[in-house]
Design a protein around this ligand. Structure first.
Ligand code: SF4
Length: 430
């Protein structure tokens, strides 16, 4: 599951499909969130400023079964043996629309990408690399479910070129894992992490879901301490959301599951945030915490509105145009059709004009808590002027204590991270 760009809000104040504002005002503008604006001045690698920075996303549309809360597109079962060939046919058909420079990231998301064999992964990476389309030091991430991992598979995918693993652990509590409908238990989760570390994965991310009714907070705290102790460098924290038409929604409606309480979820998120920061993780995005150097470059590309080519059924693509507009494309989640003719699978597309693209870049970019959003470079990138209401909007956000301005950058304050969706709405509504 591609939680890093998931529809699951990181906490009840984040902008996502439900579009509601549930910010928890209990967390004041203190210093619990570690943000270091000084770093921005030394940061030369800000993808949002470049027309040529881009990444590749491969959507793997299979899962072993449906987790109760999931509303993603996938099929139940094992991956099709034609998958890698089909990805490469689509790649060859669409690659020329993207910048000539090699991509900076390659990301296998899903679904469950660890349903692919090491050979399939290797074929895709090798072929993309051999077309000189991937930087030699590119970040190559595979999302994986704990139950799919063992020493030999880990060794093989590392040899294939995967250099970052994102594990869908979600919880270390067997009762909660069962509640969520996950296939693994806590023992399998811990084993998969130690095996990945033993296999030499120095970039390892673990997804956690908090805000599940009945969760044991001391258990979550212990789990985070353990992740730190064993050397996991990146943790993503998401709050459980009850999406429409999911099995979870039906179970709640039938009275077979408790409905999560939003205020309790906000407290759970804040507790996880505080413990992660205590353990030395730096919050660099609303739901992402990392030790220095462990941040996900691919996710940062998304927040910076960088370009990416999405391959596979259900994948999204985005391409910044020379006139500052943004081209967006979504391949429909029609697996059989896509496997048959991946280069001509059904898709929808639209163009975001430069003015609207600018507003989206401001709204998304400010989620990067370390780099903030650099207004001047966004203007250059989208080749348009700021809306006349920009200054008054920013002043208003500053008055509320949600945003600060340093040099040419806007940052969310610690308080503002709890109201990120409201800040985004303000920018989008200018
Ligand atoms: S592993 Fe579970 S949460 Fe992830 S995409 Fe599959 S069904 Fe959804």
């Amino acid at each position: 599951m591609d939680l890093s760009v998931a529809s699951t809000p990181a906490y009840p104040g984040q902008t996502m499909e439900n579009g509601q504002q549930h910010g928890h005002p209990a967390l004041g503008a203190g210093s619990r969130i570690s943000w270091i604006p000084e770093q921005v001045r030394n940061d030369k690698n800000w993808m949002a400023t470049s027309l040529d920075a881009w990444g590749i996303y491969v959507h793997v549309p299979w899962c072993h079964r449906r987790c109760s809360y999931c509303d993603f597109y996938f099929e139940i079962g094992k991956s099709d043996s034609k998958f890698s060939t089909s990805v490469l046919i689509e790649w060859n058909a669409r690659r020329q629309s993207f910048p000539l420079l090699p991509a900076e990231t390659l990301y296998f998301g899903g679904g469950t990408p660890s349903t692919l064999s090491a050979l399939q992964i290797s074929q895709i990476i090798e072929s993309i690399k051999s077309s000189q389309s991937l930087q030699p030091d590119a970040e190559i991430t595979l999302e994986a479910n704990p139950e799919d991992l063992n020493s030999s598979y880990l060794t093989e995918i590392k040899q294939a070129g995967i250099n970052r693993l994102s594990l869908g652990v979600q919880s270390f509590d067997d009762a909660i894992l069962k509640w969520l409908g996950r296939k693994h238990d806590a023992k399998i989760a811990r084993n998969s992490i130690t095996q990945a570390l033993d296999a030499g994965f120095t970039k390892l991310s673990v997804d956690l879901i908090v805000g599940v009714p009945g969760e044991d907070w001391s258990q979550i705290k212990e789990a985070i301490s353990w992740l730190n102790e064993v050397g996991v460098g990146h943790v993503s924290v998401y709050i459980l959301t009850v999406e429409p038409l999911t099995p979870l929604e039906r179970l709640i409606e039938k009275g077979q599951r408790l409905r999560p309480i939003e205020d309790a979820q906000a407290v759970a998120y804040e507790q996880a945030q505080a413990v992660l920061i205590e353990q030395g993780y730096r919050q660099y995005e609303i739901s992402s915490f990392a030790k220095p150097g462990q941040e996900s470059q691919h996710n940062r590309l998304y927040w910076a509105q960088g370009s990416y080519l999405g391959l596979g059924p259900g994948a999204h693509s985005m391409l910044l145009q020379p006139d500052g507009s943004i081209y967006r494309r979504h391949t429909k989640g029609l697996l059989a059709e896509w496997l048959k003719n991946p280069a001509a699978a059904t898709f929808s597309e639209d163009i975001l004009d430069p003015g609207h693209a600018l507003l989206e870049s401001l709204a998304f970019g400010i989620r990067d808590l370390l780099r903030g959003v650099q207004v001047k470079s966004q203007l250059e990138r989208h080749k348009c002027a700021l809306p006349i209401t920009f200054s008054s909007t920013v002043e208003n956000l500053k008055d509320r204590g949600w945003v600060i301005q340093q040099d040419e950058h806007l940052f969310l304050t610690p308080l503002g991270t709890l109201f990120a969706d409201a800040v985004a709405r303000e920018f989008l509504g200018m």
